[in-house]
Unconditional design. Sequence first.
Length: 154
Amino acid sequence: MVTALIRAALPSDEPVWRALWRGYCDFYSVPLPPEATQRTWQRILDPDSAVMCIVAEIDGRVRGFANCVVHENTWETQPVCYLEDLFVAEEARRHGVGSALIEWLRNAMRAEGWARIYWMTREDNTRARRLYDRFTQADGFVRYVLRPATAPAQ
């Protein structure tokens, strides 16, 4: 295992974050328009935004990131953290980087008083699920996505 420095994303991280983000979107086969990527990065840097990004740095190079949204919710009295995106560069996998990112968030949960951290992944993402299962078990919820262009069932 390598020791990764986990820290908040900085404006100077933009080029490497974008490269990793591209890898993440490619993995999930999501062709995001450039304006969505640009807006995400703007929100990450905006101190008034609920979106935050932490990065994992090894030997001075960013090798992974976690994009999160801290928000209020109806089931808890404290905020919760949605770990929306987690990605580690291929060459840095299996070295504890993903685990270090989640552990940093777990420590932040305790320090900030979040009620919980939650996330999802594709059912067939077995590599990531092996990591996630070391922290907690999947809760059995099924996700539904409704978009403006989705026609109602008849």
